[in-house]
Write a protein that binds this ligand. Structure first.
Ligand SMILES: Nc1ncnc2c1ncn2[C@@H]1O[C@H](COP(=O)(O)OP(=O)(O)O)[C@@H](O)[C@H]1O
Ligand SMILES: [Mg+2]
Length: 486
């Protein structure tokens, strides 16, 4: 409820106003003179004052004068006689909202009261908005200064562009990473800043991206001995439109060196292990064949187990060497036109006995007159050997393995499908990672290295082909390989 104070030395007026304003749902305070009014104002919240111009103790002038400092926003309406209208106008110059000449019609006074209250309310809201705006601007400035400090202190390089590919922000770390001396004053064109044309193209593709394709693009680049990883992302404006890009540069030289060291170490150790292991395996073979004398049942069992273990170890060493070769880009491939259908046929014959010993039916479904592919024969044996033995290994309840091949436009598609245990959706993206093996109690006894699919993928990709997997737990798995036609 709003409160109105009526100040007049005439009791009739005070009472009249009180009655009418109360009926209009206002709370009313009354005072017989200016001094009383000011005292009441000290301990009450008042929304509007109606004040007589001339009173024996302190009139409207003095009240206005005092309100100017204590209640600068409180609206005041002056009541005045006909003879003193010029004085009332003076009051308005001092800040009164309006004046009403006595004798007045109550409705007229009410109208002015309402308008004054409304104006006051609007002014109040405008002040609030203004304060809010100032607060926001202050917060924004603080936030900006904080972000600036964070970016300047970061060890990673940061590069921000607008939609026209001008660099609008960069940090000292980036200048250090890119070996720049003088600070170029933004905006400068991105291609003047970054000498790697592929990265410029990546950032270009990001800013011209349609909204909705929320994408992070990661690229490695080298400057002499320094290796950097650049991760670029779009910046969205309103509404959802790409207005620029942010690229963060991490220095990965040390990781690269360590990785190279590790690969070198694995290559060396595997190499050193391979020949003695092969020799041991051969010699166990000699013993098992009885070439060094007749063996008893017990001795044969012990040697069989040793042979199997050495076999697994050799497989691991060979896989490690293959992976190291693929990773260092040294897997020299002799890609020649070859008939993949013949190879699949041979593999099927070769694997049939093993599949059948697990109660698995092995079927071939190869399109007639299949065109040749461009591939390395040994590598293809390795690829399909791995995929078919996986299909056998991960089908503990028997079932069926189907190997099919058919021509597409530029590729030949080969599928290896099984009706085995399948792979859970959350594990699917990881099965091509080094050493990753999905855990399943039903295939706990399957020996493996978790490197087979890494090698398969490496080989397929170095043939400019691709591999995809579809799988449903309990139903089966299909690997789909595309190899370029010869
Ligand atoms: N045909 C398949 N059916 C079910 N799971 C599979 C199949 N092929 C591969 N996997 C899963 O992918 C993992 C990685 O396969 P791979 O790289 O060949 O390693 P390994 O066979 O030595 O474990 C396997 O451990 C298995 O969990
Ligand atoms: Mg395997």
């Amino acid at each position: 409820m709003q409160t109105i104070m009526v100040v007049d030395d005439e009791k009739v007026i005070r009472d009249g106003c009180n009655r009418v304003l109360s009926a209009e749902n206002f709370q009313v305070l009354t005072a017989a003179n200016g001094q009383e009014a000011l005292e009441l104002l000290d301990c009450n919240t008042v929304d509007l004052v109606i004040c007589d111009l001339l009173m024996p103790i302190m009139g409207a002038f003095e009240v206005l004068d005092s309100l100017r400092s204590s209640h600068p926003c409180l609206p005041l309406i002056v009541l005045t006689g006909h003879g003193t209208v010029t004085n009332a106008v003076e009051c308005m110059k001092m800040g009164a909202y309006d004046f009403v000449t006595k004798p007045f019609i109550m409705d007229h006074l009410l109208l002015i009261v309402r308008r004054a209250l409304e104006k006051n309310e609007l002014e109040h809201r405008a002040r609030q908005l203004q304060e809010e705006r100032e607060r926001h601007l202050y917060d924004l400035a603080t936030e900006q200064s904080r972000t600036r400090t964070i970016i300047n202190c970061m060890a990673e390089g940061v590069l921000v562009t607008n939609r026209n590919l001008d660099v609008v922000l960069h940090n000292p770390a980036l200048m250090r990473l890119l070996d720049m001396e003088a600070t170029p004053a933004p905006p400068i064109s991105l291609s003047d800043y970054i000498s790697d044309p592929a990265l410029v193209e990546v950032i270009g593709s990001i800013v011209s991206m349609d909204s909705g394709e929320h994408e992070l693009i990661s690229r490695e680049l080298s400057r002499g001995k320094v290796h950097l990883r650049a991760v670029s992302a779009p910046v969205y404006g309103h509404p959802d439109q790409v207005i620029g890009s942010v690229t963060v540069f991490h220095e990965i030289t040390k990781f690269k060196e360590l990785d190279e060291l590790k690969s070198h170490f694995i290559r060396m150790v595997s190499h050193e292990l391979r020949s003695p292991l092969s020799t041991i395996k051969q010699q166990i073979g000699v013993l098992l064949e009885g070439l060094a004398g007749e063996l008893g049942e017990k001795q044969k069992n012990v040697l069989d187990r040793a042979d199997e273990r050495i076999g697994n170890l050799l497989e691991l060493v060979n896989d490690l060497l293959d992976v190291a070769k693929i990773e260092s880009g040294q897997c020299v491939l002799e890609q020649v036109p070859m008939r993949i259908d013949n190879l699949l046929l041979d593999m099927a014959v070769f694997m049939k006995a093993r599949a059948e010993s697990h109660g698995i039916e092995l079927c071939l479904d190869i399109a007639p007159d299949l065109p040749q592919v461009l591939a390395d024969f040994r590598s293809m044996e390795e690829v399909f050997g791995n995929l078919i033995s996986n299909a056998v290994n991960y089908s503990p309840d028997g079932g069926r393995i189907t190997i099919s091949a058919s021509p597409l436009e530029v590729f030949i598609e080969v599928r290896v499908s099984d009706t085995g245990i399948g792979i859970a959706a959350e594990e699917l993206p990881k099965i091509f990672d080094k050493f990753y093996r999905a855990r399943n109690p039903r295939t706990r006894n399957v020996v493996g290295t978790g490197l087979g699919l890494v090698i398969v993928k490496g080989i397929i990709e170095s043939h400019r082909g691709s591999i995809q997997v579809d799988s449903e737990p309990g139903i089966g798995t299909t690997f789909r390989i595309l190899l370029p036609k010869a």
